[in-house]
Design a protein around this ligand. Structure first.
Ligand code: EPU
Length: 417
């Protein structure tokens, strides 16, 4: 199994390029089930989750593969759709449940394994299935599979109990080919949802209000494929901002979606990091010891839960104390015991962490538990004295494209073994 060896203490310096967004690419690739023509996507990150998505699309009758390395292009071909998304694939990537709505919409039947929980929480999908029922689908659970049936999905007025990213994406996909108009209320407003809606609109869908909490969708009879470029990954970009800051370096984060990272940049400024925006992205620099801050995760445009672990690594080395309140996932503190092994002073109490900044982190062998926890350990390793060994980095490979190559280019002493 691959591991990362990191020799800490080198200030990062130079350009780091941001890849396409994983969390935008997954629903957008799945939404190609709704098209009856081939479609080409650019700026798709080469990640394990994308490989899983392409495999799933192939099984469902829409063969998908990378066609051009330079532009990170994926071509999804036409084919005969099938209705079953098997457990073996769904269990490796929960976002696969998003094929349920598109399959129902196209075939009137879908059989999709119910995803289980994962390291960060139970992650149920009842908001998705309840909303699909409001659109006329009948749902049953049989041997671990959600089986949905309908004559045709019809437009509906749906209010989510709370903003759910996947739920909002799922219902947009279900509604674009449905009969009549749908209104989705209390929607999540994450930029990846806007990217999905923009892609579908470029294929002929009629979606408005994306990026706000109320989305209107007028059903259309068909969608035709175009070429579409996936937005840059704001969490990967945010991780690089944190990497430059934690090492006291200066980096140009190329293609950084600055506006989408507003909450992260504001919080890092409060900690003492400096930023200069330019046409290619943003430069981040950090000349002084960071200051402790208080932070609460919340749906967009609030501070993203996907950057919580990385910020906690910064807080571990900041002057004074910091607090983190995690409000999105019930178990997203798996990085805490590992950071503690590296000398961080963190006390946990339910959904709250109190971090007292220490002078130094000290290298240790640590174990990655989920994607963003892994990123926080890499950050800690970049700053720590000595050689940090990050194990189980297959989590990292789900969401960061060649992270060690990108960091090495900016002067990090990091290698994969
Ligand atoms: N939830 C329910 N019922 C539902 C749906 C959600 O209880 O039917 C709960 C979840 O368990 C969670 C909260 O609501 O506690 C928010 O979940 P949401 O549906 O918004 O998240 P998601 O769609 O499952 C996406 C990202 C996550 C990111 C969250 C929050 C993708 C593929 N995943 O998950 O990304 O943390 O939104 O922003 O887009 C990551 O990239 O590391 C990652 C975990």
């Amino acid at each position: 199994m691959d591991e990362l060896l990191i020799e800490g203490g080198m200030p990062l310096c130079g350009d780091i390029e941001v890849s396409g967004s994983k969390n935008a690419a997954l629903p957008i690739l799945f939404s190609s089930i709704l098209l009856d023509t081939p479609v080409t996507f650019h700026n798709v990150p080469r990640l394990r989750d994308i490989a899983t998505t392409n495999a799933m699309l192939g099984l469902l009758g829409r063969p998908a593969r990378f066609t051009d390395d330079e532009n990170h292009s994926v071509r999804v071909e036409n084919g005969v759709l099938t209705e079953e998304a098997p457990y073996d694939l769904v269990k490796t990537m929960r976002a696969s449940v998003l094929v349920l709505g598109p399959l129902l919409s196209r075939l009137g039947v879908a059989k999709v394994a119910l995803p289980g929980g994962c390291a960060i929480g139970a992650r149920p999908v009842e908001q998705h299935t309840r909303a699909l029922e409001k659109m006329g689908a009948r749902m049953e659970l049989d041997s671990g599979y959600i089986i949905g049936r309908c004559k045709r999905l019809r437009g509906a007025d749906i209010a989510f109990d709370f903003p759910t990213v996947g739920g909002t994406e799922h219902l947009i996909m279900a509604a674009v080919l449905a009969d009549g108009e749908s209104v989705l209320r209390n929607c999540a407003r994450e930029p990846e949802i806007t990217d999905l809606a923009n892609f579908l609109n470029s294929c002929g869908a009629k979606i408005s209000g994306q990026g706000t909490d109320t989305i209107h969708i007028q059903g259309v009879s068909s969608l035709r494929g175009t070429e579409y470029s996936i937005m840059p990954d704001r969490v990967e970009a945010g991780t690089f901002l944190a990497a430059a800051a934690i090492t006291g370096g200066r980096c140009n984060i190329i293609n950084c979606p600055v506006e989408d990272l507003s909450a992260v940049i504001t919080k890092m400024e409060e900690m003492g990091a400096g930023f200069t925006e330019h046409t290619r992205g943003i430069t981040v620099f950090c000349r002084e010891t960071l200051r402790g801050v208080d932070m609460t995760t919340s749906p967009y445009p609030g501070f993203p839960t996907d950057m919580q672990a990385q910020l906690m690594s910064l807080m571990s080395l900041a002057r004074g104390s910091s607090t983190v309140e995690e409000t999105i996932f019930e178990n997203r503190f798996m990085h805490v015991p590992e950071l503690t092994r590296m000398g961080a002073d963190i006390r946990l109490s339910g959904s709250r962490a109190v971090i007292r900044g220490v002078e130094n982190l000290v290298a240790a062998p640590v174990m990655a538990s989920d994607l963003r926890a892994s990123a926080s350990l890499v950050l800690a390793g970049l700053a720590a004295k000595g050689q940090t060994r990050v194990q189980r980095i297959y989590h990292l490979d789900r969401g960061y494209e060649h992270i060690e190559r990108k960091l090495e280019k900016a002067g990090a002493r990091i290698r994969r073994i």
